[in-house]
Structures are given as C-alpha cells and as structure tokens.
Design a protein around this ligand. Sequence first.
Ligand code: KIV
Ligand code: ZN
Length: 515
Amino acid sequence: MSDKVIIFDTTLRDGEQSPGASMTKDEKVRIARQLERLKVDVIEAGFAASSEGDFQAISAVAAAVKDSIVCSLARANDKDITRAADALKAAKAKRIHAFLATSPLHMAVKLRMSPEEVLEQAKRSIRFARNLAEDIEFSAEDGYRSEMDFLCRVVEGVINEGATTINIPDTVGYATPELYGEFIKTLRTRVPNSDKAVWSVHCHNDLGMAVANSLAGVKIGGARQIECTINGLGERAGNTALEEIVMALRTRKDYFEMVCGIDATQIVPASKLVSQITGFVVQPNKAVVGANAFAHTSGIHQDGILKNRDTYEIMRAEDVGWAANKIVLGKLSGRNAFKQRLQELGIAIEAEADLNEAFVRFKTLADQKSEIFDEDIIAIMSDSAAAEEGEFYKFISLSQHSETGERPKSKVTFRVGDKEASSEAEGNGPVDASLNAIEEIVKSGAEQLLYSVNAITSGTQSQGEVTVRLAKGGRIVNGVGTDPDIIAASAKAYLSALNKLHDPSQAKLNAQMTP
Ligand code: KIV
Ligand code: ZN
C-alpha cells in the first residue's frame, strides 16, 4: 500500500460555502495559483451546476492550473455531471466528483428516495460520468451516519461502474477519531473491490475533531486521500485544516509513516491570501497559521528557546512560510523593486497596464504610509484584481467630522456604474455615518450581519482591514476593504460587499441544501 497521502483541497468549493465566503472568478484563480504553488494534488474549484458564475470560475481555474488535478463537484445526475465536465474542458488533468446522500435520514427527508433508488442512481451517475472523464470520485454524503451494509453495496456498485476515488464524508462533524478510523477500515475490508479505488476522508469540524478524524481515517482506516481547506474554512465550524494535516504528517512522520507532496513554505502565504480574500480572519492562537503560533512570550520559554530551539518548538516558523514582518519597500522604491517583490511573492502580472495600475496604488499607499510590508502588497493586489473585474460601485473619497458630544457626519463620494455620486449622512459613529451615506444613494436594504476591523501588520501605522458581511434575498456576501484610514477601509468594504450583491452570477446553490 502506498505511503503517499493525496491532498485534496476544497477551499474553493466547501470552503466557499461558509456564509459570505463566496469568491469571484479572479479571486478563485488567484487562490488556485497559490494552491498550485503549495503543490496540492487536487483542487476542487467549485460546483459547476450551482451558478453561471461558478461554472465560469471553474473554467478559468481549469485553464490557469497546470500541475494539480482540477475538480468540480456535481450532484449524481446527468445534468450536473455534464456541466462539471464542460467546466473542466480546459484542464490538463480533470476530476468529476459526484455525490449522493446515503444515510437513512438524508435519503428519507432530503432525497425522498428509497435505498434501492439511491443505489441505482449512484451507479447510473458514475456510469454516465465515466464517459466524460477517467478520474471519477464518488462521495456518499453523510456517509459516516449511513448503515454499513447498505453503504458497502453502494460503494461496491460505484467502483464496479468505474469510480476511482471513494470518499466517505462525516458531513455533520459527528465522528470521533477511533470510531471514524474503524468505520473506514470496516468498509475497506468488507467491500470486495475496495482495492480498485483510492479511499478518501472528508470531515467537518462541528466537534473540533475534523483533523483528528481525518488522520485516524488514514492511520486506522487506510485512507490515502484527505479533503481539507486552507485555515479550515468551511460551513459552520469548518472543514479539516490543510495546514494542520500537513504539519502533523510531517512533524509526526515517526508515527504516521506517511508523506504528502506539499511545499510547506507556501502554507502561510496561502493562509494570508485566503483570509484576505474571504475576510475570514485567522484566530491568533490557530495552530500553524495563527499569529501567535510561534510566538514565545513567557520568559521561561524564551530562555529555553535561546539555548536550544527544540526545548519548546516542534516545528520551525520558517518551514511553514513565516517570515519576520519586515519592511520591504518604501516611498522611494521604484517600479522595478515593486515588480521584483511581486515576483518573489509569487504574484503573476501578465499585462503591463495591470502592473502600472498596481504601481500607482503602491505609490498612493507609500505616500500615506512610509513603510510597506508584504501584507500591504497583497492587499494592493486584491484591490487591483477587484478593479480589473469592473466594480459597479467604486470608492473615490471620504470626508468625515466627529467631535466628542456631537453626532458624527460623513460625506462619501463613489462611482455608481459610470456616474459619480456623493452623499452625506449622520450616524452613531464615523463608520456608521459613512455607511449610512452610501445607503442614501444605493438603498440596498441589505442586512448587516458582521463588521470587523483587523490591523494587517502590527502597530498603529498598519493598514486597517475591514470585513463587512451583508445579507439580502437569501444571499450572504462578505466585502473586504483596506486603507490606512479605517473609516475609508469600512466604506471600501461596504462597497465591495454591495458589488457582490449586485452581481447576479454570484448567486449559488449550496451543494448540501439541494436535492
Ligand atoms: O460534507 C460533505 O458531505 C460534502 C460532500 C458534498 C462531499 O461536502
Ligand atoms: Zn463537506
């Protein structure tokens, strides 16, 4: 049996199902490029049948990625599978991932199908998919809560029809490590053709055990593929965190005796990129990628670390891509220095005009803020990518007045399509006044679900990164804005969320919610 664990990244599909984490086509391509640098084996780029926007995004990722397999999710029916195959046309290596629920509860309540009907549909769908691709994954949704005898029949049936990977999700995060590992092992032992497919685990983190369950699926169960997301992004409590899986396999190789092909030095850049694009801030004490993960503040620890790093460190910060926060550029840095830093950060700019536009943004920022860090450059590039996609609402300027004892007032000027608009309003605070001013014109009526501010580097010189989450007509979107002035960052974040609400191609079906 191979000792290689396949890393299947689903940040762009299952991760995107977190409320508000929906990404635009260009954002998905940027993340996919970073996943490729990370050397993930499979990139699940989306769920092609969920929306026209997701179809286009998968097609763009398929065209951009050269080294990883690109995958699309599909419900187990001809229409979805055809849509997935069409979206993957440009891929160098493609995978169709069909899923169907197999637990008694899901079959009865969600699918309203009998177990025999589910078995037949699962087999039929894989037979159909095999005409369109060689590499076919079948997922038994809510697999861990399925009845063992029935699940064995389904898995045997779909392998006979040509499924090459069998995924057993713990869709609701109910499993515990030993039980889940044993569940996979029993399945592999009882399914007669189990050796004809790669077994895969996919765990949700509702009880905080997704990583432990996935590792047990490998160690006890014999699975050789782990489905995971950057920063553990995902619905509810999220998915298995890629960075934790990779570093557990590496750091405890003595125990797992398994390898994966990931370039761990790309982990922190990937984490920052996903956090920046989705607006999901990484908690400081998060393993591997949290800001405190390698910070030793207690005197005793520091003393030990200075004498010998191994006293309190099981991993090296630099091995996962942490670099000391260093000033990389400043006001006097030229276009070449800027271009070179972009290359070092792995940010590809194809057109000269895009580089010029990004450089103008850099210069504007350098006028406001003398020291420019990598995080600032990543934020500049996000703004440039959004501009390239043709924002409908675009921030121009803001002036604001607040004084103790008085109600703050704000005037915001922004573009609406090709017209300039300006409006003034009051509010409980300067941010509230600015967002009220924008609403005076847009009148979106969207409900605000979240507002958060985060300093992207350290110190009061830092740019503020604001996330605003809005809900309207059953859709939830996040907008992110950065600026040294947090009121301006708030207005940018609000306009960015409104842009996402404005784009109908971004409305999506959620894989789990639809029969
Ligand atoms: O959690 C789950 O069951 C899934 C499947 C669609 C693979 O995400
Ligand atoms: Zn899932």
